[in-house]
Design a protein around this ligand. Structure first.
Ligand code: NAD
Length: 466
C-alpha cells in the first residue's frame, strides 16, 4: 500500500513540473484555509497533548505557519521562474539558466515539540515545490497527530498529501520505500538512523536536528532586557524548543546581578511562590513521563556534582511538571552539559574572557543557534567570526526564525540543509542547470582532436581568461 502511494505521489510530481504558478498558489491556499478553519481545534489538541498555553500555541505554531504560507503565496510566481545566470567568456555564444523542479515523493517526519508548525511549515515548501508528500507526525503528540491526519485527508487527495501515523516502526517501514526526499526534524541520534535509511534509495535528506544552543551574556549587555528575553525563550513550551537557550555563559563581574534579574523575571512570568508557578497557566508540561524522569535524573546528577539550585528544582513526575529552574556552579563535564536539556532547567556558567567561551563552543558539536547579548562590537565580531552554528542571534531569542529571508537549519551535528521561505522551496526542489549553445559557436571546437602544439598553447592561454 505504501509502495503504491509513493508511486502515485511520484506521478503527481511529474505532472506538476509544468504547473502554472496559479495551481501551486491554489494548493497553498487550500492549506491556509484548512488551518484557519481548524485553528481552535489545533490549539485544543496542543493543550490536550501537553497543556501548551493558547497564547504560546498561537504565537509559536499558528502565527509562524501563517507567515510561511503568506510569504510563499506572495513569492511563488517568482520562485517558479526559470532564471538566467551568467556564462563565462570561454563559453561565448551560449546562455545558462536554472530551473526548480519538484523532487517527486517527499517524506516529512516531524517531532512532537511544535507538532503543528514543524509538520505544516515544511509542507508549505513541499507544496510550493510541486511534490507529492507523505507525512509521519510524532506519536508523542497523539491528539495533534490525529487532527493533522483528518485535516489533511479532508483537504488533499492522497496522491498529493497523505498522513501515516505511528512511531519508529512506521518510520522504519516508510524508509523501505523509494522516496525522493526525506525531510526530518528531530534528535541528532534519530537523524543518523534516518540518513542511513534514506541512503538505500539515495533519497536526498534535510535534517533539522537539535543540540545545545549556548547563550552568552557579557558585561556590556542591557542586562534587564537580556534577562527578560532569556527567561521567555528558555521557559517557552517548558524549554522543549530546539532553539531554546540550553545553557548560559555569563561574564563573571555581572553574574550576581544577572542571576537576581533572572530570578525576578521568572517570578514576574510564572508567580512568586512554588505553588503559584506550578498552577501558572503560562507554563507548559513535559511531553511524557520518560522525558520528565530524564530531566529529574539530569538535575540530580548536576546537584550531586557540586552544582546548586538558584531557584526551582521541583519535579512532579506524575503531573509531568518540572519547575523553572536555574542551576549554579555547573561543571562543564557533568551530564547536563553533555546532552540537550530540552526542558526548563538552565545551567549557568561564568567566564572572565570571551575567548574561554569561544574555546568551549568550538570544542563541542556545532550548535543550532548561538545567542549573544552584548553591546560590544568587538565581542559581536568575535563570536560572529570565530564560532560556527546554524544561526547566530544577537540581542534577542527565538524570533529570528520568523524572518523568511533567513535560512533556518543546523550545521554538523545540529543539521544538514535548511528551509523557510525560498530556502524551503529549494530544499524540496531539484535545481536543474540548463545550458544552451548557439549554433555556429566555434571557440571550443578549436580544441577538438587531433591535438597539436598550437592547441596546447591555446589551452594554456585560456588559463589567463577570467
Ligand atoms: P525524535 O528524534 O525522538 O523523533 C522525531 C521523529 O522521529 C518522530 O516522528 C519519531 O516517531 C521518529 N523516530 C523516533 N525514533 C525513531 C527511530 N528509532 N527510527 C525511526 N524513526 C524514529 O525527536 P523528538 O523527541 O520528537 O523531538 C525532539 C528533538 O527534535 C530534539 O532533539 C530537538 O532539538 C529536535 N528538534 C529540532 C528542530 C529543528 O528545527 N532543528 C525542531 C524541533 C525539534
Amino acid at each position: 500500500m505504501i509502495e503504491q502511494l509513493v508511486m502515485h505521489q511520484k506521478d503527481f510530481a511529474i505532472h506538476s513540473r509544468n504547473d502554472n504558478p496559479l495551481t501551486r498558489l491554489e494548493h497553498i491556499e487550500k492549506l491556509e484555509q484548512a488551518i484557519l478553519d481548524h485553528q481552535s481545534e489545533l490549539c485544543q489538541a496542543l493543550y490536550e497533548d501537553f497543556k501548551k498555553p493558547e497564547v504560546e500555541a498561537m504565537l509559536s505554531e499558528i502565527l509562524p505557519l501563517m507567515k510561511e504560507v503568506r510569504f510563499a503565496k506572495k513569492n511563488i510566481k517568482k520562485w517558479m521562474k526559470q532564471r538566467r545566470v551568467k556564462t563565462p567568456a570561454l563559453l561565448l555564444t551560449s546562455s545558462s539558466y536554472t530551473r526548480l523542479e519538484p523532487l517527486g515523493a517527499c517524506l516529512i517526519i516531524s517531532p512532537w515539540n511544535y507538532p503543528i508548525y514543524l509538520t505544516l511549515s515544511p509542507l508549505v515548501s513541499a507544496l510550493a515545490a510541486g511534490n507529492g508528500v507523505t507525512i509521519k507526525p510524532s506519536e508523542f503528540a497523539p491528539k495533534c497527530s490525529r487532527i493533522l491526519h483528518s485535516l489533511l485527508a479532508k483537504t488533499f487527495k492522497p496522491n498529493q498529501v497523505s498522513v501515516i501515523e505511528g512511531g519508529p516502526e512506521t518510520t522504519t517501514e516508510l524508509l523501505k520505500h523509494p522516496f525522493d526526499h526525506v525531510f526530518f526534524t528531530g534528535s541528532t541520534a534519530v537523524g543518523k538512523i534516518i540518513m542511513r535509511g534514506a541512503s538505500e534509495y539515495l533519497a536526498r535528506v534535510t535534517l533539522e536536528l537539535g543540540g545545545k544552543s549556548p547563550t552568552i551574556v557579557d558585561n556590556s549587555a542591557n542586562l534587564q532586557e537580556a534577562a527578560k528575553k532569556i527567561v521567555w525563550a528558555k521557559f517557552f513550551n517548558a524549554g522543549q524548543t530546539c532553539i531554546a537557550p540550553d545553557y548560559l555563559f555569563v561574564q563573571a563581574d555581572v553574574y550576581n546581578h544577572f542571576v537576581r534579574l533572572l530570578k525576578e523575571e521568572i517570578e514576574n512570568s510564572f508567580g512568586k511562590s512554588k505553588d503559584a508557578q506550578k498552577s501558572s497557566n503560562s507554563f507548559a508540561r513535559i511531553i511524557n513521563t520518560k522525558h520528565t524522569v530524564r530531566l529529574k535524573g539530569l538535575l540530580e546528577n548536576a546537584l550531586a556534582n557540586n552544582s546548586s539550585l538558584l531557584c526551582g528544582g521541583e519535579v512532579d513526575v506524575e503531573s509531568r511538571y518540572v519547575a523553572p529552574t536555574l542551576l549554579d556552579k555547573v561543571e562543564p563535564g557533568t551530564e547536563i552539559m553533555n546532552q540537550e536539556i530540552f526542558g526548563p532547567v538552565l545551567p549557568i556558567l561564568t567566564f572572565k574572557d570571551l575567548q574561554e567561551v569561544v574555546t568551549y563552543v568550538n570544542n563541542h558539536p556545532k550548535p543550532l543557534m548561538i545567542y549573544l547579548y552584548s553591546n560590544s562590537s568587538f565581542n559581536i565580531k568575535k563570536i560572529t567570526k570565530e564560532t560556527s552554528s546554524g544561526s547566530l542571534s544577537i540581542n534577542d531569542s527565538l524570533i529570528s526564525l520568523m524572518n523568511p529571508h533567513l535560512p533556518f537549519g543546523g550545521v554538523g551535528a545540529s543539521g544538514l540543509g535548511s528551509y523557510h521561505g525560498e530556502f524551503g522551496m529549494e530544499a524540496f526542489s531539484h535545481k536543474k542547470a540548463i545550458f544552451k549553445q548557439g549554433w555556429g559557436g566555434k571557440a571550443i571546437k578549436l580544441l577538438y582532436p587531433p591535438y597539436n602544439e598550437g592547441k596546447l598553447k591555446l589551452v594554456k592561454n585560456l588559463l589567463k581568461l577570467p
